[in-house]
Structure formats: structure tokens, C-alpha cells
Write a protein that binds this ligand. Structure first.
Ligand code: 5GP
Length: 122
């Protein structure tokens, strides 16, 4: 699927410095910051700096350097936040049925409490 990227989305504004964020890590191609409405004691969003709508867009179209940087940034944030000790969850929502609110790729790193089953029918 060919995605069209809306450069007025909130994470694009964060990347342009138009909106403040609580940065956890910045690398050449990625930015990690705390979610404004945390769902767990640790709730960090990791985004690529490039204009990718969601995970499959990124995985299919990003450069090797971007993919390497982004994947390592996620690992580094996990390490920095110490989430491996008791477990954590990575989530990346996409599109309407995936209930993606912000149309710029992000993974949620959630930890610090029991997160329950992954999905409940609703
Ligand atoms: P989605 O539903 O798209 O997977 O998740 C979007 C996430 O972005 C939500 O968890 C929401 O709380 C977070 N969010 C929305 N606006 C902002 C913002 O301006 N700053 C930060 N740090 N997080 C935001």
C-alpha cells in the first residue's frame, strides 16, 4: 500500500521542534520521548525522523541505515529504562482498525506494571 504522509501530524510537529517533548533518546534517525498520557509507569514512544506513516511503510521503504538506527534505538531505550527485568510490551498501531491516533510511525514501549492480556474483544 502506498501511504500519503500528513506533515501536520503531532509527531511531525515534535520533530520540527514546534511542540515540546520529554526526550529519552535522540539518534541520527530516531527520537524517543515519553507519552503525554502514560498507560503504564514506563511509556515511551520511539519514532523515526523520516516521514513514515506506520510500521509496514517504514519496513518496506526506509533505508537500511534508518532501519538499523531505529531498531537499535528501541533496544537502547529498553536498556535505559530497564524494562527487561520484569517484562514489557511493544505496540505499534496502524490505521483505522488498528486505532492509530497519530499517523507517524511509533512504537509504544510499556512497562512497570502487569499489562494484562494483549487483546480483549471489544
Ligand atoms: P496511537 O494510538 O497512535 O498508537 O498512539 C498515539 C500516542 O501518542 C498516544 O498514546 C498519545 O497519548 C500520544 N500523544 C498524542 N499527542 C501527544 C503529544 O503531543 N506528545 C506526546 N508526548 N505524546 C502524545
Amino acid at each position: 500500500m502506498a501511504y500519503s504522509y500528513d506533515d501536520q501530524n503531532i509527531f511531525a510537529k515534535i520533530l520540527r521542534g514546534e511542540i515540546p517533548n520529554d526526550t529519552v533518546l535522540e539518534t541520527e534517525h530516531s527520537l524517543a520521548f515519553r507519552d503525554i498520557r502514560p498507560q503504564a509507569p514506563t511509556h515511551v514512544l520511539v519514532i523515526p525522523k523520516g516521514a513514515y506513516v506506520c510500521y509496514d511503510d517504514f519496513a518496506l521503504n526506509a533505508s537500511d541505515a534508518e532501519i538499523l538506527d531505529y531498531t537499535r534505538a528501541i533496544g537502547k531505550v529498553c536498556e535505559m529504562e530497564g524494562v527487561a527485568a520484569n517484562g514489557f510490551r511493544l505496540i505499534s498501531n496502524a490505521g483505522e482498525e488498528g486505532v492509530q491516533e497519530v499517523p507517524h510511525l511509533h512504537v509504544h514501549i510499556l512497562a512497570g506494571r502487569s499489562l494484562g492480556r494483549m487483546l480483549e474483544r471489544g
